[in-house]
Design a protein around this ligand. Structure first.
Ligand SMILES: [Zn+2]
Length: 284
């Protein structure tokens, strides 16, 4: 089989884990093959070379988060990039122990936090050592924002405004506000506009393409995204993401390619911004 050059696009937000098997089943894509080859096929079809694989808070231990991430990285030929997660509600000692493990791990590209799902604010002091680690390791902190898939989540922890304080306190750390903060998209635009170390991703904005109003839903998401970019002033800190398996790669890429923006800006969003942020080398 000929080896095809990898696409230059980067998906900054996908999930794949044995600890959340219901993630695929609960979405409209109930028959989805929730495996590395299936994800790579969807990425290839849209010229997406790399994806940031966001580990879940449901993993049984920080060691298992690292092990599973490494397994996916290897199985994907280095295309599914490894991340870690930590839950500060487990206490300071647990956070400390987790950080010690991360120090020994190589090739981490990001830290993901799940306020909203777990009851903590991004400015919880127990997270300060995590932000210091991110600063030293030069990796961004990605934060779930807005609506939670789990109805038992608490939205007050997932508001973009709650990130502003740590964006100011930790100026050398880059933060990514996931899901454009939906429904608080204007709030995300303001926090990104004000803080040069804050980015946002476009994952998870679209539901089942078979719903009767899908076309309108797509148009609305594109208008809201365009308005947010207009509020930010440029597209340099907007990152394409899908939230696979909850959204297909085709739908998520279509959200960006269909925007009424110059082609160069769409390329920034689809890959260039992420390649710089996560320091991904793509050979031409
Ligand atoms: Zn997600």
């Amino acid at each position: 089989m000929p080896v095809l050059p990898l696409g230059r696009r980067v998906d900054v937000h996908v999930h794949l884990s044995r600890y959340w098997p219901d993630l695929a089943r609960n979405s409209y894509r109930s028959g989805l093959d929730f495996t590395v080859p299936s994800l790579l096929r969807e990425l290839d079809a849209q010229s997406v070379g790399f994806a940031v694989l966001l580990q879940l808070y449901l993993s049984p231990s920080p060691a298992e988060v690292l092990r599973e991430g490494e397994e996916m990285f290897t199985k994907s030929g280095g295309r599914l990039l490894r991340t870690v997660t930590v839950d500060p509600t487990q206490g300071e000692a647990a956070v400390h122990e987790t950080l010690e493990m991360w120090k020994r791990a190589r090739d981490l590209v990001a830290i993901k936090l799940y306020p909203g799902y777990r009851s903590f604010y991004p400015h919880d002091a127990r997270l300060h050592p995590v932000y210091e680690f991110a600063h030293k390791a030069q990796i961004p902190v990605m934060i779930h924002q807005g609506d939670t898939l789990d109805p038992n989540g608490q939205l007050k922890f997932a508001r973009p405004l709650e990130v502003d304080e740590v964006a100011v306190r930790f100026r050398d750390v880059r933060f990514v506000l996931c899901h454009l903060g939906n429904p608080w998209i204007e709030e995300v635009a303001e926090v990104v506009y004000k803080n040069s170390n804050v980015y946002t991703d476009t994952s998870g904005l679209l539901a089942n393409p078979a719903v009767p109003y899908f076309r309108e839903m797509m148009g609305r998401a594109q208008r809201r995204l365009t308005n947010a970019i207009a509020a930010m002033g440029d597209a340099r800190r907007v990152l394409y993401g899908s939230d696979w398996p909850l959204e297909s790669i085709e739908t998520a890429v279509g959200l960006i390619t269909g925007l009424d923006l110059p082609a160069e800006d769409k390329e920034l969003i689809l890959g260039e911004n992420a390649r710089a942020l996560f320091r991904i080398d793509v050979s031409d």
